[in-house]
Design a binder for this molecule. Sequence first.
Ligand code: THU
Length: 132
Amino acid sequence: MENIYKELFEEAKKASQKAYCPYSKFPVGACILYKSGKKYTGCNVENASFGLTLCAERNAISTAISQGETTAIEAVAIYSPKQKECVPCGACRQWLSEFTSSSETKIILESNQNELTVLTMEEIFPHGFKLN
Ligand code: THU
């Protein structure tokens, strides 16, 4: 396994410890590596009005954009202590696709054998919506 994936995964794990999830008690952390080489993390932030909850992946993307990141996403690691292979939800797949230039962008997840599963955007979101 490439070391950088392991590093992203460990940062996602750390980010999950900051989650605000009193309702679901399902913490999630994400760490996104951009082509610039910079990494940004995010955790889920819930709300008493449940539908307003912000997922970890979208939180990380918002942080990247608000800090001036302009390059494309290279890889994203996602972690929840509650679930192996915690894949991004549909809304987050659409968000990720907005900032992804290649279908080879990697999605890094914890696998069942305490190892990492590496998927591609093409595998998890082949026909994302794009405005032309
Ligand atoms: N969640 C994420 O942070 N990312 C996902 O891609 C799936 C779901 C969060 C939202 C909510 O706070 C909790 O996980 C349970 O759905």
